[in-house]
Design a protein around this ligand. Structure first.
Ligand SMILES: Cc1cc2nc3c(=O)[nH]c(=O)nc-3n(C[C@H](O)[C@H](O)[C@H](O)COP(=O)(O)OP(=O)(O)OC[C@H]3O[C@@H](n4cnc5c(N)ncnc54)[C@H](O)[C@@H]3O)c2cc1C
Length: 371
């Protein structure tokens, strides 16, 4: 199997790279995605088949400070709408203290969402890329630099291995995952591999709880759906209703929360108990209508093998500086470049970072040689 360029990973960075390469007249590439679906950390779920989609991964972007991503959203013809923040916020200051109602405030810069959930971005990109270039169920396990090219070895779920001979590789996955789960022959320079392994994968330690309701009852009571809690299990809660229903149509009203319990403790508690505890907290905060859940689920990203490594089970409270995206000497120089979000110098870890890092990586590919 031959191609000029191999893109490893079919999340936002990988699909955006594929589309941009195509747009620049380069269609001699292959995209290898390990999972059964495209999107990576972008994932949506519906309460019923064909129903409204809710985000289990990223929800927001900030056009004011991320203009390139906003331009992409416009270019792809996607609809955006503001996060619902009208109404009061609920606060639980500490375990055991009763919930208090305080005046809500609108975040600045304004957080925007996509109609149809963030997967709309993935669907729009996919629909523009030649399908024969996109391969799911192809987990890259080893990359060999040879005298006359690079061999990329990918395994499917039945352990069958396909080897792709390419000239350039774009790593469209988190640096830590690349350095920890892919074997490079010869090894990457030590300092580079160490820097990639030391770079946390943004949001990988976290888990989200989603509850879909028949109506956005909290809005009827003047509440925004936002809450902050020192009691838990949810630390931060937001309105997740779709735009179309404005939270009023059946199956389109929802709340979501970030679970504030560390990954190892979550695994110990188990999903059934955690679901019950999250639901009970929503009743405590928003009243007994919150028990009338149409659909609920938890997505634990720390338990997602194609996102998190063992080192990602501990939360990092802050952003980091992006590591170098390529080797500056040795056999890998000019042949391998990182384009996953964590390599972005401007928005590391964010959706906008996947766009920024990919643009930088593609510019590097075209500068080094005409692909
Ligand atoms: C819970 C959560 C909330 C978030 N909220 C926001 C938000 O509100 N706003 C925001 O801007 N960002 C948010 N983020 C971050 C955002 O999701 C990421 O920045 C973005 O999705 C990264 O895209 P990516 O393509 O770089 O990486 P990923 O989405 O991680 O894609 C990497 C892809 O590589 C694949 N892969 C992994 N290993 C291999 C292998 N060996 N071979 C082949 N393929 C492989 C994976 O399956 C995956 O599809 C959030 C993330 C999470 C988890």
């Amino acid at each position: 199997m031959n191609a000029r360029i191999a893109i490893i990973g079919g999340g936002l960075a990988g699909l955006f790279a594929a589309w941009r390469l195509q747009e620049r007249g380069c269609d001699d590439f292959v995209l290898l995605e390990a999972g059964a679906r495209f999107g990576g950390r972008i994932e949506t779920v519906s309460a019923q088949t064909g129903g409204a989609r809710f985000d289990l991964g990223p929800t927001w972007f900030w056009p004011e400070i991320q203009p390139e991503l906003d331009r992409l959203v416009h270019e792809l013809g996607l609809e955006r709408f503001a996060q619902h923040e009208r109404g009061d916020t609920m606060i639980e200051r500490s375990p055991g203290s009763p919930p208090a109602r305080v005046r809500g405030y609108a975040g600045a810069p304004a957080a925007m969402r996509l109609a149809g959930g963030m997967s709309a971005l993935i669907d729009a990109l996919r629909s523009r890329i030649a399908p024969q270039r996109l391969h799911c169920d192809q987990r890259v396990t080893r990359i060999d630099a040879l005298a006359d090219g690079i061999d990329v070895h990918a395994q499917d779920a039945q352990q069958r291995v396909t080897t792709w001979r390419v000239a350039r590789v774009l790593l469209a996955l988190p640096p830590r995952l690349a350095a920890t789960t892919i074997e490079f022959q010869p090894a990457l320079p030590d300092a580079l591999a160490d820097a990639w392994r030391a770079t946390p994968t943004w949001m990988a330690p976290h888990a989200k709880y989603l509850a879909v309701y028949p109506r956005a009852f909290w809005r009827e009571h003047g509440l925004s759906g936002e809450a902050r809690s020192g009691s838990g299990p949810l630390a931060e809660i937001h309105d997740a209703s779709t735009r179309d229903g404005e939270g009023d149509a059946d199956g389109e009203a929802a709340l979501f929360g970030f679970i504030g319990i560390p990954a190892d403790v979550r695994a110990h508690i188990g999903e059934a108990a955690l679901l019950a505890a999250c639901r009970a907290q929503l009743v405590r905060l928003f009243g007994k209508e919150a028990s009338d859940v149409r659909f609920e689920t938890i997505k634990d990203w720390a338990a997602t093998r194609l996102t998190a490594t063992a080192a990602d089970r501990l939360a990092t409270p802050h952003h980091w500086s992006a590591p170098d995206n390529a080797a500056t000497s040795g056999v890998w120089q000019g042949h391998l470049v990182g384009s996953g979000s964590e390599w972005s110098l401007r928005y590391p870890g964010y959706l906008a970072g996947a766009i920024d890092a990919t643009q930088t990586a593609i510019d590097a590919l075209f500068t080094e040689t005409s692909p």
